[in-house]
Design a protein around this ligand. Structure first.
Ligand code: AR6
Length: 179
């Protein structure tokens, strides 16, 4: 599914983010930037050990929840990895929605600063961090769509969704944003 916002495209695909040929891919990291399972493990495995070394050297204090930091991308086809830290879902009363929106905005800020034309996102926080996919997808898509209406720099945002349920959920949300 592809939709135009401003002069840019939002694309939803079912697949693996590590194989995407875009300027930057986004990792769903933890605040220690320590690696882990899920998409974080897959990205570090595919990119190679230099990425963890770079994180430890450049960001020894980690990254606060709701923010993101950039590294090179090792063996990936992308130029940059943006390590974004989404919130752990705790029922919705712990500023989770603001923190998730801020994590996406931080990545979009990095994309603009680093002259990226294309960025691929996973569904941040909806795995190990248990954020409900319908709520997270709404924030992800609305935050990206809002930014794309005002930036000239970013031309493609691709959401790379790993399972059919998440892909279907994001697709339904994007459809409702068109009417
Ligand atoms: N490509 C795209 N999406 C993927 C891939 C992949 N290769 N692998 C998994 N996903 P999660 P979180 C999906 O748990 O909830 C880590 O341990 C997955 O199916 O990766 O933000 C970190 O170190 C789900 O839809 O991230 C943190 O400690 C989505 O990516 C913690 O997990 C996010 O799931 C972060 O948890």
């Amino acid at each position: 599914m592809i939709v135009q916002f401003g002069s840019a495209l939002v694309e939803l695909v079912l697949g693996d983010i590590t194989t995407q040929e875009v300027d930057a891919i986004v990792n769903a990291a933890n605040s220690y930037l320590a690696g882990g399972g899920g998409v974080d493990g897959a990205i570090h495995d595919a990119a190679g050990p230099e990425i963890m070394k770079e994180l430890q050297r450049r960001y020894p204090d980690g990254c606060p929840t709701g923010s993101a930091v950039a590294t090179t991308a090792g063996q990936l086809a992308a130029r940059h990895i943006f390590h974004a830290v989404g919130p752990v879902w705790q029922g919705g009363g712990k500023k989770e929605s603001q923190l998730l929106q801020s994590a996406y905005e931080s990545c979009l800020d990095l994309a603009e600063q680093l002259n990226c034309r294309s960025v691929a996102f996973p569904s941040i926080s909806t795995g190990v961090y248990r954020y409900p996919v319908d709520l997270a997808g709404e924030i992800a898509l609305r935050t990206v769509a809002t930014r794309l209406e005002s930036t000239q720099q970013i031309k493609l945002v691709r959401f790379v969704l790993f399972d059919q349920g998440t892909f279907g959920c994001y697709s339904r949300i994007l459809e409702t944003m068109l009417v």
